[in-house]
Design a protein around this ligand. Structure first.
Ligand SMILES: O=P(O)(O)OC[C@H]1O[C@](O)(CO)[C@@H](O)[C@@H]1O
Length: 538
């Protein structure tokens, strides 16, 4: 069936059927199992969505081109056509076997860099490589976007596995970020990693210069306290950082996909090379699943199709990622970049307008905190927010396992409540039991109605470990890829961030009282107000 006809069919299915999730369960006793995928210890349940078998078949028809695109990506073709680059971050997860039959040179390069990282990390961790004041006690990673979110998110997720120097992450050009981080650190025992794919990002370079000044004020040789991670090794050389402490990577690794390689150096310093390898192994296992599982049993494919159904067909504008794991607190922010920088596009690969929308707004917070903040809207608001619950069966605090059970019970209860809701009759009974009658009973009951039939998915792992975190991240990466292929866009460029960067440069002189041509009246007057508040300098 031509792809336009598939979209039309999906729209027709959506319009024709008022699918009700509880009714789908009633009609299909095997629904829970039939709409759950189990792979390599993970469980992905999408049965609490209004997708039935017919809709699923129609959704699967969207993936006709997927295998060809997937194979093109995983064999090094330049599928990032607007930047003329291959997309091979998955190769970083396969240091032992080439990702594709002709990929030995790529594999060898990945393995060599990984070995260099491991040797550096081992020697920092065992104190053989030292700062000027002794073994390194603290590591400050300076980077932003993909050069921050990946390692920062993973470091927090893997706190129980951290047995190296303390890790800190500075990303914002707001001096508060750097100042608050450096306060209390011993410069002579702090390693500063400047992480920037391009080594030109103004926020990172500004923070790096200020960190250099901080070091210079306290130690004789700041270079001894520095390391750099970049694909622009010509630029790192200008910083006189010892080349042994510079870890390069190829332009086929996109920033938001880069945690698996040298951008993950800070994480490796924290958890050690062996556990970092476990993290890579988890990602590699997800690659193997993505490549080999039939689409209907393929986790990234089905996660993507459920997302496309909700956003493109049902028209739900956002999606919430709700990890029931405090240490996955930065996962929503990480996924925001992964999904919104990848699929927040309005033009198809060939330059034409997209026939469908871009990807959705992604947001979220860990449960149970979110329950006491924004779940009100999720349960009773007028817009529907598909929820993606993520939970781990076991925590890392055996003495507090009763907390963990409560956490899990909340996770299960929320998806059930979203699906079941509470109708007016039930609400009326509740009010009647409290002694209310007449119009007041009706009024109070209406406030207590939950419409229900609200979709969610649930992803389970046994525990958040380096391996399972690798699985989860690779799962979402491939999901974003599948969505991008179906929408026909390039998930691997990010032109949408450029204009703001350019204008920031041209606006800056306004704050010094200089005249800038072609400035709009609002920006001029805001800049003037700021200058006045700052004491009229310039
Ligand atoms: O690693 P770099 O080159 O400093 O870039 C940081 C981030 O900036 C972006 O290019 C745009 O915000 C992201 O894609 C990237 O992760």
């Amino acid at each position: 069936m031509p792809i336009d006809a598939v979209w039309d069919r999906l729209t027709a299915l959506h319009q024709a059927s008022a699918l009700n999730i509880p009714a789908l369960f009633a009609a299909d006793p095997d629904r829970a199992e039939g709409f759950t995928i189990r792979a390599d210890g993970m469980v992905f349940d999408y049965s609490k969505t209004a997708i039935d078998r017919e809709t699923r078949d129609a959704l699967l028809a969207l993936t006709a081109d997927l295998n060809a695109r997937r194979d093109a990506m995983l064999s090094g073709e330049k599928i990032n056509e607007t930047e003329g680059r291959a997309v091979l971050h998955a190769a970083l997860r396969h240091p032992d076997t080439p990702l594709w039959p002709g990929g030995e040179a790529v594999r060898a390069g990945v393995a060599a860099t990984l070995a260099r990282m491991a040797s550096f990390a081992t020697h920092i961790r065992d104190g053989e490589i030292r700062g000027q004041g002794g073994a390194f006690t603290d590591v400050v990673n300076i980077g932003i976007g993909g050069s921050d979110l990946g390692p920062a998110m993973a470091a927090r997720a893997l706190t129980p596995y951290q047995d190296g120097p303390r890790l800190h992450f500075v990303s914002n050009v707001d001096g508060a970020d750097l100042a608050d981080t450096l306060r209390g650190l011993d410069p002579a025992r702090t390693l500063v990693i400047v992480a920037s794919k391009t080594f030109t990002t103004i926020e990172t370079m500004t923070n790096a210069r200020s960190a250099q000044d901080w070091l210079a004020a306290h130690v004789d040789d700041p270079a001894q306290q520095f390391a750099a991670v970049s694909s622009a090794t010509d630029k790192t050389a200008e910083w006189s950082i010892d080349p042994d402490r510079v870890f390069g990577f190829e332009d086929w690794v996109g920033g938001r996909y880069s945690v698996w390689g040298p951008i993950g150096l800070s994480l490796m310093l924290g958890i050690g090379p062996q556990r970092f390898r476990e993290f890579l192994r988890g990602g590699a296992a997800m690659d193997d699943h993505f490549r080999s599982a039939p689409h209907a049993r393929n986790m990234p494919v089905m996660l993507a199709l459920v997302g496309l159904w909700h956003h493109q067909i049902c028209g739900y504008p956002t999606r919430a990622v709700l990890p029931y794991a405090q240490r996955l607190g930065r996962l929503p922010a990480y996924l925001q970049q992964l999904e919104m920088e990848s699929n927040g596009k309005r033009v198809a690969m060939d330059g034409s307008d997209l026939t469908h929308g871009s990807g959705p707004v992604v947001w979220g917070e860990p449960g149970t905190n979110g329950q006491h903040a924004f779940y009100q809207l999720i349960h009773q608001g007028t817009q529907i927010v598909p929820c993606e619950f993520i939970a781990a069966a076991c925590g890392h605090e055996p003495a507090l396992d009763h907390h963990h059970k409560l956490l899990l019970a909340n996770c299960l209860a929320q998806s059930e409540a979203l699906m079941r809701g509470r109708d007016l009759d039930e609400a009326r009974q509740l009010m009647a039991a409290q002694g209310l009658t007449g119009a007041e009973l009706d009024r109070q009951a209406r406030h207590r109605v939950f419409p229900g039939n609200r979709p969610s998915t649930t992803l389970l792992v046994r525990q958040v470990t380096p391996y399972t975190l690798g699985q989860i991240i690779a799962l979402y990466e491939h999901r974003v890829f599948v969505e991008g292929v179906v929408l026909g866009l390039n998930s691997f460029d990010q032109w949408g961030v450029e204009l703001g960067k350019e204008l920031a440069k041209s606006v800056a002189p306004l704050l010094d009282g200089k005249t800038v041509p072609d400035q709009d009246a609002s920006t001029l007057s805001l800049a003037e107000a700021l200058r006045e508040m700052r004491g009229g300098e310039g």
